[in-house]
Ligand binder design. Structure first.
Ligand SMILES: Nc1ncnc2c1ncn2[C@@H]1O[C@H](COP(=O)(O)OP(=O)(O)O)[C@@H](O)[C@H]1O
Ligand SMILES: [Mg+2]
Length: 355
């Protein structure tokens, strides 16, 4: 029930505006962008109404993103933080362990956020933490471990530790994240309004490598739908229900297709084609890409399952000689043809594409 004194306050960044901004930089993933724009808007509401009695009604909109490598999970989160102008940090959850074991304690990730916001405590308390590789801390069944009674300090133990962050508590966060710290080098941070965006590939669940995978190609009334992973699937995978309960917004991203990859190369304001064209223009070289050349690049990335992630390394490889010789020696226009691309990628090691 909304009381009569309640006055709506207009938040400049509506879900539509957040979506439009994301849309400029993130190709495809329409559904994911909509869901995340809305979650982000609700996060802003929490921040704005945080001290009002209505705050408790606005539930936390922590997000879980599931999708293959290089489809834009990190890219979306990074751009979102820019749009919202909030402190942002990316953490790899596999570096963390249950408190007391060798590895980072989960408080350190809030310490990193604090560092990113120049030790502004208020900004940190409204910031965004991107937790990558969440699927790697799935609970391991005891049978899979050697040594009776071994504790799952990197799996379920970390999930348990994450709970206290996600449920919103005051924590003592280390001020110094790079060295050992003393007792007095801590600051108290309330994590209630920190937005957590978790991401993972969950490749077995998506049926990438296992033909008996669950949640893949489910039959629905509208035909075959891919990737319909349910909460039940995630629990069977090894995420604990308490953790999932605190990550209410689940988003599934799709593998980028050939046309998407071509658009990633061309369309965003900071696209690779724009970047390299500019770079070579400084040497007086006009770089021109045949459409066929872009399709070749996309096809290569698809074949190697790199998503958009490999595109920069591929461009480096293709343009290496041109950039090397550009200062001075090459005449005005350089045409990048499909033949040139094929030729350059023939002996290219895609292992170098992984960032
Ligand atoms: N949907 C996309 N639109 C535009 N660029 C993208 C997209 N997905 C990935 N990229 C590009 O590829 C790079 C790697 O993608 P990333 O978001 O790190 O993939 P992942 O899903 O594995 O987190 C990004 O830095 C970005 O430049
Ligand atoms: Mg990533």
């Amino acid at each position: 029930m909304i009381d009569s004194n309640f006055k709506p306050v207009r938040i400049e960044l509506t879900p539509e505006k957040i979506f439009e901004e994301l849309d400029r930089f993130v190709i495809g993933q329409q559904k994911a962008k909509r869901i995340i724009a809305l979650a982000a808007y609700n996060h802003l509401k929490r921040i704005f109404f945080g001290r009002s009695p209505h705050a408790d009604l606005i539930k936390k909109s922590n997000v879980l993103m599931i999708g293959p490598t290089g489809c834009g999970k990190t890219h979306i989160a990074r751009n979102l933080a820019k749009i919202l102008d909030l402190p942002f940090t990316i953490v790899d959850i596999t570096e963390y362990t249950e408190a007391g074991y060798y590895g980072k304690d989960v408080e350190v990730m809030i310490g990193e956020l604090l560092y990113r916001s120049d030790f502004d405590i208020k900004a940190t308390e409204n910031g965004i933490v991107f937790i990558d590789e969440i699927d790697k801390i799935a609970r391991r069944s005891s049978g899979m471990r050697t040594g009776a009674g071994a504790r799952d300090i990197g799996g379920e133990g970390v999930q348990q530790a994450l709970l206290k962050l996600l449920e919103g508590r005051k924590l003592f966060v280390p001020l110094n994240i790079t060295q050992h710290w003393n007792k007095h080098d801590f600051v108290e941070i309330d994590t209630t309004n920190i937005l957590f965006i978790c991401a993972g590939t969950f490749s077995d669940l998506r049926g990438v490598s296992s033909p008996s995978a669950i949640g893949f190609e489910t039959e629905t009334t509208s035909g075959i739908r891919r990737d319909s992973i349910t909460q039940k699937n995630l629990i069977e995978y090894g995420l604990i229900p308490e953790l999932l309960g605190r990550i209410p917004v689940n988003v599934q991203l799709e593998e980028l297709g050939s046309d998407d990859l071509v658009r990633v190369l061309k369309d965003p304001p900071d696209s690779l084609i724009k970047e390299y064209t500019q770079l070579l223009a400084l040497d007086g070289v006009k770089l021109e890409f045949d459409d066929g050349a872009l399709s070749e690049i996309a096809a290569y990335s698809l074949k190697k399952h790199l998503g958009a992630r490999g595109l920069r390394s591929i461009m480096e490889e293709i343009l290496h000689d041109i950039m090397f010789k550009a200062p001075g020696s090459i005449p005005g226009v350089v045409q990048v043809t499909p033949e040139l691309v094929r030729d350059r990628l023939d002996n290219f090691d895609p292992g170098l594409c992984m960032e």
